[in-house]
Design a protein around this ligand. Sequence first.
Ligand SMILES: Cc1cc2nc3c(=O)[nH]c(=O)nc-3n(C[C@H](O)[C@H](O)[C@H](O)COP(=O)(O)O)c2cc1C
Length: 158
Amino acid sequence: MKTLIVYFSQFGNTRRLAEAMAEALSRAGDAHAVGVEQLASSDFEGIDLVVMGSPTHAFSLPPAVRSVLETLPLAILGGKSVAAFDTTVKPWPLRHLRASPKLLGHLSRLGGNPVARPQTFFVQTKYPQKTGEINLLLDGELERAQEWAGSLAEQSGI
Ligand SMILES: Cc1cc2nc3c(=O)[nH]c(=O)nc-3n(C[C@H](O)[C@H](O)[C@H](O)COP(=O)(O)O)c2cc1C
């Protein structure tokens, strides 16, 4: 099975999760993670499972993610399994105000076949004052991400 994990990450946490998932999925075949800024349409060639992750910004997708999704050719994910995750601040209760349901909607619109419900991984702070990489992940989230990624391989049935 070949997996591509596409992520956007301002402070490094979504990237850390994406890389942990790639490590877990590489046990089931070829898997690698790529930042959305570096994504090319050709990256999807030969891929069986596409996982996409983004932070929740303003209850939704950051503009950088939405603009990339809106410019990808329709049906580019035809025949591929897809799954989506986000990073969101822990106390935020409402699922529909997170990025991952919107992300999965875009992946479906592009022809993908969802193999799991949108998944959220939690960070502790909404707006860190500093810039650069900051570890905001709650304890255990990297491990939970690896378990979730492993379950995607099973659900894809490839
Ligand atoms: C501009 C901005 C808007 C944000 N809006 C939300 C929000 O609506 N809900 C939420 O739970 N977290 C919000 N956050 C916190 C982000 O979800 C958090 O910074 C992100 O998950 C960290 O992931 P990263 O390190 O990959 O950037 C916001 C952060 C920024 C910078």
